[in-house]
Design a protein around this ligand. Structure first.
Ligand code: NAI
Ligand code: MG
Length: 323
């Protein structure tokens, strides 16, 4: 029996979570789903967007499924805090197109430092955000990226940075990258600036296999990945640490479509596949992934972001039908 904390959160986070649970429940594996709160609705009720009880439950569970939360000004981000509390230093985001075989790469984003350290200070007119990069943090994410490439038979790892303008912080990241690359002679290693990468992803995405980068750059490139595939509703992610995992779509709570039952649940469902893999349930992960692939490739049942007229539940039903 796997103990899974379920945090639907806000907006479409709520809408994409239930179909995902329904799909997991069709498997021949038993899960104990424990629902917990986080986000804006939780804040209105409990005066905190991330209750201690939620953090404790995530720590005690085998994994967490997370929908999305709406940010609240002046409050620390619930998801960023949760990633830090669980020391989930890897954010793994596969970007694979169903129609363009040139687009097939994975972003390995550093998930615990960078500009997401909640270090902002005001001194009179001057407001400063601190960007924290450590040798240890860089080392563990770059090691993860090379090991991931090895394990998944990808033959190239690219470091993305801005070391020309940030020579100290990104200097640490870039130097560490080439130090670790030397230990993996069978894998091609190279590096690009973040701004050029934003263009290359559009003009020549086939040059990327595994991208390893710092927190903010990884966040931005992930949404660009959504643009490349045509919708953010297709990109899953795994937040992984040495002892825990939290799985969530790349997208947010999408207030513009919340409550309309038209959110694409694919990203959340594929995130649950990443969770199954993390739990060692590869066969189960593959079966759901295959069903999702079939529904998308058939191109009959699709939500508006994919150019269709179906709703969230229709996609889930089509996947369950395939299963
Ligand atoms: P968003 O990712 O929620 O939405 C961006 C655009 O993509 C919107 O047009 C939305 O309709 C569309 N979209 C996203 N997911 C979709 C899906 N599954 N199906 C169809 N269309 C989809 O980003 P936005 O609008 O910048 O942020 C909204 C809120 O979400 C903010 O409060 C933000 O802070 C929060 N957010 C939370 C995240 C998390 O909980 N991990 C991640 C990103 C944003
Ligand atoms: Mg993001």
């Amino acid at each position: 029996m796997y103990k899974i904390t379920v945090i639907p959160g806000d907006g479409i986070g709520q809408e994409v979570m239930q179909p995902t649970i329904d799909i997991l429940e069709t498997l021949n594996t038993s899960f104990d789903f424990i629902h917990k709160e986080a986000g804006k609705e939780c804040y209105k009720k409990n005066k905190t967007n991330l209750p201690e009880d939620t953090i404790r439950q995530c720590k005690e569970s085998d994994s967490t499924l997370f929908g999305a939360v709406t940010s609240i000004p002046e409050q620390k981000s619930a998801i960023v805090t949760l990633r830090r509390e669980l020391d989930l230093y890897v954010n793994q985001r596969p970007i694979k197109s169903y129609t363009n075989q040139d687009i097939d790469f994975t972003i390995i984003r550093e998930n615990s430092e960078g500009l997401y350290s909640h270090l902002e200070e005001q001194h009179g007119d001057e407001v400063i955000a601190l960007r924290k990069i450590t040798h240890k943090g860089s080392e563990r994410i770059i090691n993860y990226a090379f090991n991931y490439a090895q394990k998944t038979n990808k033959n190239k790892v690219s470091a993305i940075h801005k070391a020309n303008v940030l020579p100290k912080t990104d200097g640490v990241f870039k130097n560490k990258f080439y130090e670790i690359a030397e230990k993996h002679p069978s894998i091609t290693s190279n590096d690009f600036y973040i701004d050029a990468t934003a263009m290359y992803l559009i003009t020549c995405p086939e040059i990327f296999d595994v991208i390893v980068t710092t927190n903010l750059f990884g966040d931005i490139l992930s949404d660009e990945g959504g643009g490349l595939l045509g919708s953010l509703g297709l990109i899953p992610s795994a937040n992984i640490g040495d002892n825990n995992g939290l799985f969530e779509p790349v997208h947010g709570s999408a207030p513009d479509i919340a409550g309309l039952n038209k959110a694409n649940p694919t990203a959340m469902i594929l995130s649950s596949c990443l969770m199954l893999e993390f739990l060692g349930l590869q066969k189960e992960a593959d079966s759901i992934h295959k069903a999702v692939d079939e529904v998308i490739i058939e191109n009959k049942v699709k939500t508006p972001d994919m150019g269709g007229h179906n709703n969230t539940q229709d996609i889930a039903n089509a996947i369950i039908h395939k299963l």
